[in-house]
Design a protein around this ligand. Structure first.
Ligand SMILES: C[S@@+](CC[C@H](N)C(=O)[O-])C[C@H]1O[C@@H](n2cnc3c(N)ncnc32)[C@H](O)[C@@H]1O
Length: 215
């Protein structure tokens, strides 16, 4: 745990833009973000976790998986990849776990996923990138795929209050993208206070494989 914290703090300082958090998520947020996976069917499932970093969600995900299931981890930061490889190498009896050491935009799986869990710091990115990532996540799904994500509670509103005009415009554009995405795919939101900072967990269910808005 201390190793995880140290690795996270270092990446927060050195790669704030992609890390987007000071400390790993709490177990309370991990419980909530994996709550859809906890209700999985008994048939084998394919799970994708985006941005696992030091594995705060991965640990919980693994408790819901058996040897017939597959878990793909997509992590862009090579230091976090090395951290995950060391940790996963020390585990035994895990389901099939693969690590994709690249951006989520470069992941082209052979089959769609049943569950997608993301910890990406979308509010740090440019709106074009946020839009491309959300569309790509839909393209990795099938009808019925559960997608769970989180963002820090009221983060866009709080940041906007202390930001430059350009930054406020960027945050407003992301707000619009998230609102459109929510309108298309529906979501359930719950606030997890026992996290630093407090976070909103968002759960979406894709009803169809394409992402075009309904007419
Ligand atoms: C806020 S941290 C989340 C860490 C962990 N899930 C948690 O909750 O403690 C965001 C993670 O997303 C990763 N990341 C950022 N952009 C990415 C991308 N385009 N593709 C894959 N991973 C990315 C970062 O390297 C980092 O590990």
């Amino acid at each position: 745990m201390l190793k995880d914290l140290r690795a996270f703090l270092r990446e927060f300082r050195e790669n704030y833009h992609t890390t987007g958090a000071v400390v790993p998520s709490s177990r309370y947020l991990a419980n909530e973000i994996t709550s859809r996976l906890a209700e999985r069917p008994s048939t084998p499932v394919r799970v994708l976790e985006i941005g696992p970093a030091t594995g705060a969600f991965t640990r919980k995900i693994l408790t819901h998986l058996g040897p017939e299931d597959t878990l793909d981890l997509c992590e862009i930061n090579p230091k976090f990849v090395a951290h995950l490889e060391r940790w996963l190498g020390s585990l035994s009896g895990t389901p099939q776990v693969r690590i994709f050491a690249k951006s989520i935009l470069d992941v082209e799986p052979e089959e769609p996923y049943d569950y997608i869990i993301s910890g990406l710091p979308l509010n740090n990115f440019e709106p074009d990138l946020v839009g491309a990532i959300l569309e790509h996540i839909v393209s990795l799904s099938r009808p019925g795929t559960e997608f769970s994500d989180f963002e820090y509670w009221s983060i866009r509103r709080l940041k906007a209050g202390i930001s430059s005009r350009r930054e406020r415009e960027r945050l407003r554009a992301i707000e619009q993208l998230v609102t459109d995405f929510t309108r298309r795919h529906g979501n359930q939101r719950s606030v997890i206070w026992r996290n630093f900072p407090p976070a909103s967990a968002l759960h979406f269910r894709f009803e169809r494989a394409d992402s075009s808005p309904e007419e």
